[in-house]
Design a protein around this ligand. Sequence first.
Ligand code: NAD
Ligand code: TDX
Length: 333
Amino acid sequence: MRLLVTGGAGFIGANFVHQTVSTRPDVEVTVLDALTYAGNRESLASVEDRITFVHGNVADEPLVDDLVSRSDAVVHFAAESHNDNSLADPEPFLRTNVMGTFSLLQAVRSHGVRYHHISTDEVYGDLELDDPAKFTETTPYNPSSPYSASKASSDLFVCAWVRSFGIAATISNCSNNYGPFQHVEKFIPRQITNLLDGVRPRLYGEGRNVRDWIHVEDHNRAVWDILDRGKSGETYLIGADGETDNRTVIAALLEIFGRKPDDFDFVTDRPGHDLRYAIDSTRLQQELGWKPQYRDFRSGLEATVEWYRDNEQWWRPQKAGVETQYSASEKVV
Ligand code: NAD
Ligand code: TDX
């Protein structure tokens, strides 16, 4: 199988490429990645000789058409992925997330290639803290940020191409991932690297917001289950019952680092900050037999701390720039 992986130099895509190379020797992987600030060739260094790397943009229609014409399937991870960036400058989110998806859809349509679209639970908006409900495949779309609006829009384009043009496509909407190779702009790596630097972690608002954490390897195993056995035209929600509020995540990290429980700062809240995400992954579990392997968030977090401790050369070049960017909008309250 010839598999085109877009965004393979990013967090989830790189982990997917590692998992694929080690578990599926029959798969020929081509990565298409624009190497934006979020892409890092170093993340693929140990598998560089087992894959083909193409430095290019998913919105480049002739390039995408050529690569898709030489593939049996596409997994589309490439995206602008950070909510805070989308609030500061939404435009790249439309270009990459909407126009990039459009160019892939046109190519898979003209070459009859199987397509899997990676998306997020954020397309559903948020839930109240005390709401017993979780997101399901039938929850209406209600995105809050420019990022989630661009992802919701790209998902709807996929649905339209299935219905109107009969492409063979599946969509997955996953909750918040954690694990190795995640950019230091994101919550967990930002706080881990702050703590490694002896800096106090920073919590937006009151820290009550809940995210449904899943280890990136569990997400990627689900993606393979969908590629192998998913039904064309279907959406699958991916989540591992990992609901945890941000304060609790900070408390666990402070404990891992042997720091006092109040050794953090509250900072200005994110505008429009979604309160709670929660995934009901019954369909994925019952129809495709997927189960998460990382069931203990605390030990997954400890392993992630170790990874950042051992791989400073990977994250250090980005750290100061990210903190400078945050300090422009963030105030300790
Ligand atoms: P990331 O920001 O770490 O990586 C994105 C990758 O895409 C980078 O390598 C970047 O260089 C590349 N890229 C960006 N624009 C591109 C373009 N125009 N052309 C080609 N490549 C481009 O993102 P991530 O966290 O790994 O997220 C991957 C996908 O998973 C995204 O579609 C995101 O919406 C989705 N997702 C992420 C999470 C999460 O918790 N991180 C959860 C659910 C879904
Ligand atoms: O310094 C911080 N302090 C803080 O309290 C940062 C960076 C974040 N936060 C909060 C905001 C969120 O409630 O932590 C939570 C997680 O924040 P992010 O890591 O920015 O993730 P989120 O906005 O939830 O979106 C993530 O999950 C869904 C990914 O970035 C998206 O790509 C994915 O679709």
